[in-house]
Design a protein around this ligand. Structure first.
Ligand SMILES: [Zn+2]
Length: 386
């Protein structure tokens, strides 16, 4: 059993506030996967940190190499580990990549806490879905939603009967959808309510390989890569915290901290709240997100069962949900129906814009909250007794 004492946490919080900042955080945000990767790798190299790359077969949108890049900022034998993940959902990676690069540029919190720094490290997993990041698709090259793919494929797969009801309406034969299609979808939403509609769409489904929010029939390449990374870096740890960074849900620029632990129960939730303050939960309805099958934290629990884990998703709002959902449908439609290159490129540009506002105020807000959440996690990790 472990504990945090309020006095040590408030002291850590004070030290977090004293942490230096980046002079021009907006410049951390890049315009393409290739640029974001380059920026991340350069920041690591300037610090003398090794970059481990898992290279994916196949090229990016501009012919570039695609890879999941991993940097461990701290001692390789650290027993306390903060894992920061970007790009689970393709173009949401711009946001997480900027936070990771900023943290690398800031450097470790040396001298800020009494506990030896070598006990704590930050593991950056950059662009977990590099194909989707580069090509501006939410899903992987297998059309898999990575955050629905971490299920036990040896057991019967979850059934999402609600998705089955709306699949043909979400992706009709023609686009834009006929008025009758949109009316039928609106009638469904009216019947089940906004949360019911969101659950039907986003819970995850395993029956329509060409459909949306598809969880797959086997672990995707990115899922297998994640497990190998966690196996390599997480097995030695006694305390793990993770922050999985997403965008597209909630009010513009607002970083919602969503409790993300397969292990439910009061002690872990309370510990997480001590570290990060108020957290929302998909299980109580307090979150702008909804429960999902097979999120990446399940792989983390499987691969590092020896560690006590404290995890959140950090979800940054962009635009209204209907607008984001419409961009997802339109892009998915072009992929499913093999639309021509011009139409596909336009739909993907719109998808990128839906998940990545090109606005200085949004970027500055993202950095401020991302830095704070990561520093709070480090403070929590360093204060918790083993
Ligand atoms: Zn996401």
């Amino acid at each position: 059993m472990t504990s945090n004492t309020p006095s040590s946490l408030s002291r850590c919080a004070h030290l977090v506030r004293a942490w230096p900042d980046i002079a021009d955080p907006v410049s951390l945000f890049c315009g393409s996967y290739a640029q974001a990767r380059q920026r991340f790798r350069s920041a690591a190299q300037r610090r003398g940190l090794e970059v481990e790359s898992s290279v994916l077969d196949g090229a990016g949108v501009d012919g570039e190499e695609l890879a999941v890049d991993v940097v461990c900022d701290g001692a390789a034998d650290a027993t306390r580990l903060l894992i920061v993940i970007s790009g689970v959902h393709g173009p949401e990676g711009y946001c997480g990549s900027a936070i990771q690069t900023g943290l690398l540029e800031l450097g470790p919190p040396e001298g800020l806490v009494d506990r030896p720094v070598r006990e704590t490290a930050v593991l950056h997993i950059h662009a977990l879905n590099p194909w989707g990041f580069s090509h501006s698709r939410r899903v992987t090259q297998e059309n898999v939603d990575l955050n629905r793919n971490c299920v036990d494929f040896t057991a019967p797969l979850p059934v999402n009967a609600a998705y089955a009801e709306i699949h043909d309406l979400l992706l009709p034969a023609t686009w834009p959808p006929a008025p009758a299609v949109e009316e039928a979808l609106a009638a469904y939403a009216e019947r089940v309510g906004p949360k019911g509609m969101q659950r039907a769409l986003a819970l995850g489904q395993y029956a329509y390989p060409n459909g949306m929010f598809y969880g797959g029939q086997a672990p995707a390449w990115s899922h297998r890569t994640l497990r190998a990374i966690l196996h390599r870096h997480g097995r030695r740890c006694r305390q793990i915290a993770s922050i999985d960074i997403h965008t597209g849900l909630g009010p513009y620029g607002d970083g919602e901290r969503i409790f993300a632990s397969p292990e439910q129960g009061a002690p872990v939730f309370e510990r997480a709240c001590q570290w990060w303050g108020t957290l929302t939960s998909v299980h109580t309805g307090s979150s702008s997100s909804v429960p999902m099958t097979g999120p990446v934290q399940f792989a983390q629990f499987d691969e590092c069962p020896q560690a006590e884990q404290t995890n959140i998703c950090l979800e940054f709002g962009t635009w209204p949900m209907e607008q984001v959902q419409q961009a997802l449908r339109a892009e998915h439609w072009t992929w499913r129906h093999g639309a021509d290159a011009t139409r596909t490129a336009a739909a993907r540009a719109a998808l990128k814009a839906a998940f990545y506002p090109d606005a200085a105020d949004w970027k500055a807000a993202v950095w401020r909250q991302g830095r704070e959440a990561c520093m709070q996690a480090l403070a929590g990790l360093q204060c918790v007794s083993l």
